[in-house]
Design a protein around this ligand. Structure first.
Ligand SMILES: [Zn+2]
Length: 159
């Protein structure tokens, strides 16, 4: 019998000049700031990976990729996501992602022009159609100018 699972995850990183800004596996060209992180600091992929694990009560990415492990320095977050997708499949068998809704909170740079590219990147990583990938951009209204945050909800269907 089909059943549905919902997952929620969130993540935040500090911003600093001279670092790459990667959001949803897309590097934002020309950004004056980027994320301070052990991995590439992709808040959206981290929140999404946690949401996928949370949907099946499988903990969080910190268990699978502890920040204390020097091997994960500069890690491409697509590796984290693909590892999580595989771990979920190992545990629950066949499943599909019905849709996801991702929010990114960032004051600068403005991300509106990158929405389609981020949707396409995420859809490609997940093997789903871009129409199933909602991406919402917000600013902190100046309350958290030195941080980037992301929150992701995902709906999954198992067989
Ligand atoms: Zn993170």
């Amino acid at each position: 019998m089909d059943s549905y699972r919902i997952g929620y995850g969130e993540d935040a990183h500090a911003l600093a000049p001279g670092r790459p800004l990667v959001i949803g596996a897309l590097t934002i060209d020309g950004s004056p700031v980027g994320t301070v992180a052990h991995s590439d600091g992709d808040v959206l992929l981290h929140a999404l990976s946690d949401a996928l694990l949370a949907a099946f009560a499988m903990g969080d990415i910190g268990q699978y990729f502890p920040p204390s492990n020097p091997n994960y320095r500069g890690l491409d977050s697509r590796v984290i996501l693909q590892t999580v997708l595989q771990r979920v499949a190992d545990q629950v068998g066949a499943y599909r992602i019905v849709n996801l809704s991702a929010v990114v909170v960032l004051d600068q740079p403005r991300l509106g022009p990158t929405r389609r590219d981020i949707q396409r990147q995420l859809a490609g990583e997940l093997g789903i159609d871009a129409s199933r990938v909602g991406v919402t951009f917000k600013t902190s209204e100046g309350m958290a100018p030195d941080f980037i945050q992301s929150r992701v909800t995902v709906l999954l269907q198992t067989e």
